[in-house]
Structures are given as C-alpha cells and as structure tokens.
Design a protein around this ligand. Sequence first.
Ligand SMILES: Nc1ncnc2c1ncn2[C@@H]1O[C@H](COP(=O)(O)OP(=O)(O)OP(=O)(O)O)[C@@H](O)[C@H]1O
Length: 364
Amino acid sequence: MADDPILLAAREALSGLNMPDGTPLLGAPQVSGPVVANGRVNVSIMTTAQAAASLAGVRAQAEAALLDIPGVESAFVVLTNDHTPPPRLSTPKTAATPSAPPKILAGVRHVVAVASGKGGVGKSTTAVNLALGLRAKGLRVGILDADIHGPSIPTLLALHGRPRMGKDRRLLPMQSNGLLAMSMGMMVDAETAMVWRGPMVMSAITQMLADVDWGDLDVLIVDMPPGTGDAQLAIAQGTTLAGAVIVSTPQDLALVDARRGIAMFRKVDVPIIGLIENMAYFTCTDCGKQHALFGTGGAEAEARRLGVPFLGAVPLTMDLRAASDSGQPIVARDPDGMLGRLYVTMAEAVWSSLTAPVPNLLKN
Ligand SMILES: Nc1ncnc2c1ncn2[C@@H]1O[C@H](COP(=O)(O)OP(=O)(O)OP(=O)(O)O)[C@@H](O)[C@H]1O
C-alpha cells in the first residue's frame, strides 16, 4: 500500500543515503524496494561480486536506519549478483559470494543439506526428523528452512510468532523440540522472494545466515528448496556444506531427479552422505500387508549404481503425516516406535559420515 506508514518511514529513512558514487540510494537503477510486509523491510541492490565490498557501508547504514523505525522487526538489504556465471567444476566455494560464509557460521561444526530433485517427496519431513535424531544423540542441532518459496518447517515444528532480535541486532533462532530453528519464510516476504532468481536467492541466504545468531552447533541441517536449478547450486556453493542427504520417492522419475541432485552436489565437490527413500512402501491398516506401490529396491539399486550410501527406506504412513501436521514430528512424538528408531539410525549414519568420513565419501 502506498500509504503504509512503515513504507513511508522506510523511504524517509533511506532518503538521506547515497550509493558509493554519490547518487541517492533511492531511485538508483540497481536498487529495488523498499518492500514492506508484516514488519519486515527488504531492499535489493544489484551488484557484482567485485563491487559488493564497496556497498557494505551503505548496506549497514540502510539496515540500521530501517531497524530504527518503530514497528520494523527485521530489515534486510540484499546485495544481489544477477550476472554471476553458472559455477564451474571445482570453483572455490566462496568465489561468487559477496559475504564470506566461513565467518557466517563460525560456531557451526557441520552444515548438512537435505535436498531433493523435485518437490513433494518428503524432504522437509526427512530434514526435521533427521535433525531430531541427531538431537536424540545429545548433539546441538539447528535447522534452517531455506525453501523461501514454500517454507514448511514452521508447520512441522509448530513455530509461531516471530524470531526475536538479540543484543547485537542479529536474529535469535526459535526453539522447538530441543532444536534451534529458523525459516527463511520468517525473514523474507514470499512475494519479495518470488522475483528473486538463483544468484539472488544465494546472496539473500548467505546474508540472512549472517544475520542469525546460531551460537555453537554440532550440526546445522539446511532444508533446501526443491530442485536442482541455479538457486540450489548457488546455496550448495555458498554455505560450505559438509555433505548432502538426498531424499527421493521410489518412482523412476523421482529417481531421475535424485540423480540430477547428486550430480549437482558432486559438481561443487559436496560429498553425498547418502540417499533416503521416502514413501517406499505402504502398510495396509486393514490387512497389515506391505505394498510396494512403485516396486521395491529401486532407490537402493540406484544408490549402488551411483556409488552413494543408501541410508534407509521410510514407509508411507498415516502416523508420519499426522505427526508432521500436528507440529510434533514422529521422532519427537514416538522416538522408540519403528519410524522413530529408523530416523535415529539414519541420523547416526549421517553423524558417522560427518565425523569419520570413509574414503568413498570423499571421492564420490
Ligand atoms: N513417509 C511419509 N508418509 C506419509 N506422509 C508423508 C511421508 N513423508 C512426507 N509425507 C507428507 O507429504 C507431504 C509433503 O512432505 P514434505 O513437506 O516433507 O515434502 P517436501 O519434499 O519438503 O515438499 P516441498 O517440495 O513442498 O517442500 C506432507 O504432508 C508430509 O506430511
């Protein structure tokens, strides 16, 4: 709305700021925004990796000015690099990133991506239950929902409200079931994110990572956006991943997508921790029999063919879906049940590969 008081105040707050060449920030052709939604203010500045450093000052000034506006809960000035060429094999992981990822997650020992070649295969469900499985081992675990376009972690973990701002103006992750959690959906408006292309998503994510105070974590699980486009490749490069877990359903087509996902991580030298088959079979509540709706063993055979570890097969069950929908995932609700134990076992395999990588993980 043109007369939104926060939008007016944001424009006012930015009106005195200039780009490094002296031109006013507002109205500069490479600047879009401010966009205001639910107390969040976003501004994007298009730049190149080389020129990004020169914008650090105006970015900090703009964010500080916006945060001073009453009613503004978060403010992000995102440096976007829309002209980044697609990353090449063995490109250094920080090459195209304006901000430096290693510093961003200084207290995090291992960042692990949970990814899928296509949407709707149960990636978020897997990410959350693996995180809880790691937590059950006594580890300090965080989960970041990087799926800007369709964040589902807030529902899975029953996160309500907004993250609080810490003393140094960094956001504090929310807490649920012993996990620290942050969703991009809480930090950036879906409509704003909708227009971002791959590299923009990456710069937004690396900047937002810098703005979250994760503290000391053993593992940060990143629930990746589905797919294998520029955005995913860029995130894989920009967040110094220790490894990736790929989730697939058993259908041939899903496996083709999973293969694409594995190829993408390999391209940027991120080790594949393993493949998880989700919705692998269905146990009939009436007759008790297991039905493999899409055949058996496809994902395991595919994992073998691709030379990646197979971590396990999760059945299609009402319990799992009901637990997820209730905001208390199955590992939290029933850790000693069949599914709870399955996830904990898979989480143990993930942890072992992080702490004692076997040679084939390093090579694949
Ligand atoms: N093994 C399972 N059994 C039953 N339901 C499941 C199972 N795994 C996931 N689901 C359900 O399928 C739906 C999609 O799952 P989820 O959101 O985890 O998938 P996703 O791959 O992250 O999706 P998106 O691409 O939209 O982010 C959810 O309703 C979830 O509860």
